[in-house]
Design a protein around this ligand. Sequence first.
Ligand SMILES: [Zn+2]
Length: 241
Amino acid sequence: MDETTRRQLLRSGLAAGAFLFLQGCTSPVRRPGVRVSGQEPDASDWEFVSKKPDWLEGDRAADLPRYAPIPGVISRNAWTRAAPRTWEADPMAGVNRITIHHDGMTPFTTSSQSAAAQRLERIRRAHVSSNGWADIGYHFVIDPGGRVWEARPLALQGAHVKYNNEHNLGVMVMGNYDRQVPTNAASITLDQFVSAMMQRYRVPVSRIFTHQELRPTACPGKSLQRVMESTRSRGGVLARA
Ligand SMILES: [Zn+2]
């Protein structure tokens, strides 16, 4: 297949990776489907950078949008040596909604950076090996110490809300919020980071979701759901972002 044809196929959503349809946080089911293409946003809706990101391998550089690094976010290469399987993922050309998750594993409260890095790698391996995904499902992860980690590169569509991944930036807060409450540090960072993403990509508060608001799931757990309802309500931090 020549390059032009390949790009045309990519644009029409028929590239090989587009057949991989993705489940929510905890479901390992992999199912084929037909990609429903949303309206492409304007080029001004995302940022291009000229430098090739360090995780990008192979010949897909021309097909993928490039996003400028976000200040204060720990880069992907701080926690994994594995590159995303870019051929298994669709490009994500622009952000127009944000969805919040927990990992739903055992409660996690340590502020240790190395413990967070290990947990991230464990989740990535499960998403790739067990679920068959291109990479860890979420784009950004917040740990109990209040750090933000780069997970799946934003140039790739996430795998975090079944049927709702297009233009959807996925943020996961490490821990299980049916069994714990978010740490103060994580809550403050969640507000600051989501506010910053809303401004950066011009996403209104009406387009900030939790996983259970889009699909039937317990994610992000009762206590984090309450936090999100509060911060989006009148007078909340996200309502003012
Ligand atoms: Zn979720």
